[in-house]
Design a protein around this ligand. Sequence first.
Ligand SMILES: [Zn+2]
Ligand SMILES: [Zn+2]
Length: 343
Amino acid sequence: MQLYNKLSAKERETLLEQAGEERLTLSFYQYAKIGNPHLFRNHLFVAWHEQDVLGRIYVAHEGINAQLSVPAKRFMEFKEFLDGIYFLKDVRLNIAIEQDLKSFLKLKVKVRDKIVADGLNDETFDVTNKGTHVDAIKFNELIEDPDVVLVDMRNHYESEIGHFKNAITPDVDTFRDSLDIIEADLKDHKENKKLVMYCTGGIRCEKASAYYKHKGFKNVFQLEGGIIEYARQVENQGLENKFIGKNFVFDHRRGERITDDVISHCHQCGEPCDTHTNCANEACHLLFIQCEKCEVAMENCCSEECIEVIHLPIEEQKKLRQGIPNSNKIFKKGRSEKLKFKK
Ligand SMILES: [Zn+2]
Ligand SMILES: [Zn+2]
């Protein structure tokens, strides 16, 4: 049986365009003890390949983290399959606001050490002793409380384009860094302040809240389902929306617009802009914000150097890349001295 993708991304894209059928972009995660992640991975791949599911899914001994798209007409079939797995029965599915036919082009199910690279040693604290989950209504109430400290648990390139009003947005490259910074900032308020946290879909807060409780914080709350679920509840229930800008997402769309506010700037000219892109030079692939004018002027590159590289013959570009570590980890970047307007 074929367990891996045969079609190239390009072929997938053409296929999807031809099919013209609606797909749902969604994500979910669950911490659960999985004895044999490889076996589970194959089980998922076989079923989802058959259901024409596309996406990026991580499986580990500690659980599953999935971002995927499903043909709308096969959604019930997909849901029944999930419900047949005991720890995924009625798991909360975050369904994206903007439906996009091409949010994923392949099905990738990977076995990892962890479902989120959080840099934590889980043996040192009780990961099941989590903070109190709050929905959008309760969250809106809570963050008006003067004793609340609202913290954004995401990285700099995420909060840069959108965040909750009055949130602390640590200028960090990794989740691990933000944990220490926040703890140091709040070390004198572990008992008298309420720590309220949020992230994209809630998964990072599952660990962070347990970590802070272990560190002595008495009142820890987390936004259930993250910004994605918050935006859904705000829309469905007509609540006040306290998020401004765009929600950064990890598929090719890069961001999901929540409000029309543009709170960030083009990293090259400084004009208001909140569109992320990756540098066209494959060896660079820097994640940065670029306006349409600069995209044209800079040929979708981050720097003059990268423009020079993309004009070299492909073979020479490949030679230049030799010995340079694969820059696939595009979300770990997002800073460069060549970007005039990136702090
Ligand atoms: Zn610009
Ligand atoms: Zn570049």
